[in-house]
Structure formats: C-alpha cells, structure tokens
Design a protein around this ligand. Structure first.
Ligand code: NAD
Length: 249
C-alpha cells in the first residue's frame, strides 16, 4: 500500500487520467477526495471504491473552492488534473477562448493550491511531507505542436507554477511536480478525433506523433502519478516529468 494513511484530492476525477488516478490511489490505500463538474461520472466512480469520496466542484469557481476547502481535512496530496485542449492557431483564438483556457488550465491550479496549502503545510509538519502534482503536457515549454498554441502556453505556465511552488515550500516539506504525458486515449481525446473533418485520418495522425506507434493508455500514466504522490518520490521536487512514449527522445 504505497499511499496508506494519505488523503489526496484529485480534480477532473470523473473520467480519463483523473479517474484512473483516483482508482489507482485508492487501490494503493489512499483516502481519495475526487472532484469534477460531472455528477454522473462521480456517482459511478464512488461506486468503485469505498476509499473514494466525491464532490461536485467546478475548479474555475473560486467561491465553490473556498466553500469546499472549509469542509476538507488537511491533505497529504493534491493532484490538479483539470484542463482543456484548445484547437487552433493564434489567428483562430479569441480573447474569450484564451481567457477560458488560462482560467481552467492554470488559474484553477493556483486557486485550489492556495486553498488547501495551509492544511498541507500542517500535514507536512506532522508527517514530514506533502505532495502537489500538476497536470502539464509534452505540449508546453517542452515542445510545440500544430494547432496547440493556446494549450501549450497554458501547460508551459503550469510548469512555471510548479517550479515556483516547489521553490517556495521546499524547506517546509511540500514537494511540487508536474507530469507531461504524450497522447493519451481518454474520452476527450476521442472527442477531438470524432470532431475532426476526417476522424479516421485524425486518429492516424495522433498515433503517428507517438514513436511507439500507439496512444498511451491511462494505465501508462497512473504509476507515475502514484509515485509522485507517494513518499517514494521524497527527493523529487520542481520537476516536469515526461511520460510521452518517446516523443522527446
Ligand atoms: P478528459 O479531458 O477526458 O476529462 C476531463 C475531466 O475534467 C472530465 O471529467 C470533466 O468533466 C472534468 N472537468 C472539465 N472542466 C472542469 C471544471 N471546470 N472543473 C472540474 N472538472 C472539470 O481527461 P484527460 O484527457 O485525461 O485530461 C486530463 C488532463 O490531462 C487535462 O489537464 C489535459 O490537458 C491533460 N492531458 C491530456 C492528454 C491527453 O492526450 N488526453 C495529454 C496530456 C495532458
């Protein structure tokens, strides 16, 4: 049980990597507080493990975050997973699209971290450590991809946020890291494929950018999530760790 006695909050836990992470963390003994805007997805998630408690939460809603924070125990782990993929070039993006992506992909992580950090600092003082994990991407400051300028900008900011938090709290037992996945087969990726002009070609194109010749499964990503939220990674902080199937070889 690699996460025994840990309480971990995970955003975007209704589907995709957030959901798989919630299940994996619970399987490793953590008490998981799973949040999402999708009530049905949370209901089905809660049925899968007694160690998972769920709350409807829109991570762009500061008031809702503040309210939830008053109900939460002190956390050992926070996984800021929520994010949105904007599709287009700088000529396609409106100010509203830009603001939405920055709000959901970056500012939400700041909001949630700010709300739970005092409790995490108390836990770190008691136990020696607490861990924050932020969802970035290989599409970020690490690599540019066509039609991902807005997305890549926000995920680059996530890496900056991660390093800043890590630097500020390293002496108080808080570690903060980011994961940078390649292309992962999740419901939203399937949505991006389905909404392409030629979905068959779109799927081939997504696979073609992965040198291993396949998309990642969520189970390719969750072991890294567990590692970074567990004490096994106690000497790791401020890192943006790729799990990209060799894209950046
Ligand atoms: P997904 O996009 O399929 O699901 C996202 C979940 O987030 C949904 O359950 C949705 O209801 C929830 N959500 C959306 N807006 C929310 C909000 N305002 N508040 C709370 N919850 C909200 O899952 P995914 O593809 O695993 O993506 C999760 C994260 O991983 C995102 O940050 C994404 O950018 C990142 N990522 C995805 C890939 C990929 O290829 N799928 C690759 C790298 C990084």
């Amino acid at each position: 049980m690699r996460l025994k006695n840990k309480t971990i909050l995970i955003t975007a836990a209704g589907q995709g990597m957030g959901r798989a992470s919630a299940l994996m963390c619970a399987a490793q003994g953590a008490h998981v507080i799973a949040v999402d805007i999708n009530a049905d997805a949370l209901t089905s998630l809660a049925q899968e493990s007694k160690l998972i408690e769920t709350h409807i939460l829109d991570v762009t809603d500061s008031q809702a975050i503040a309210l939830l924070a008053t109900q939460l125990p002190d956390l050992d782990g926070l996984f800021n997973c929520a994010g949105f993929v904007h599709h287009g070039t700088v000529l396609d993006v409106t100010d509203a699209d830009w603001a939405f992506s920055v709000d959901l992909n970056v500012t939400s992580m700041l909001r949630l971290t700010r709300s739970v950090l005092p409790g995490m600092l108390r836990r770190a003082e008691l136990t020696g450590s607490a861990a924050i994990l932020n969802m970035a991407s290989m599409a970020s400051s690490i690599k540019g991809f066509p039609l991902r300028t807005v997305y890549g900008t926000t995920k680059a900011a996530v890496i900056g946020l991660t390093k800043g938090i890590a630097a500020d709290y390293v002496k108080q037992g808080i570690r903060c890291n980011a994961i940078c996945p390649g292309t992962v087969d999740t419901p939203s990726l399937r949505g991006r494929i389905a909404s392409a002009a030629d979905p068959v070609q779109a799927e081939k194109d997504f696979i073609a950018r992965q040198p291993m010749g396949r998309l990642a499964e969520v189970s390719d990503i969750t072991p890294l999530v567990v590692y970074l939220l567990s004490d096994e990674s106690r000497f790791v902080s401020g890192q943006a760790i790729l799990v990209d199937g060799g894209v950046m070889i």
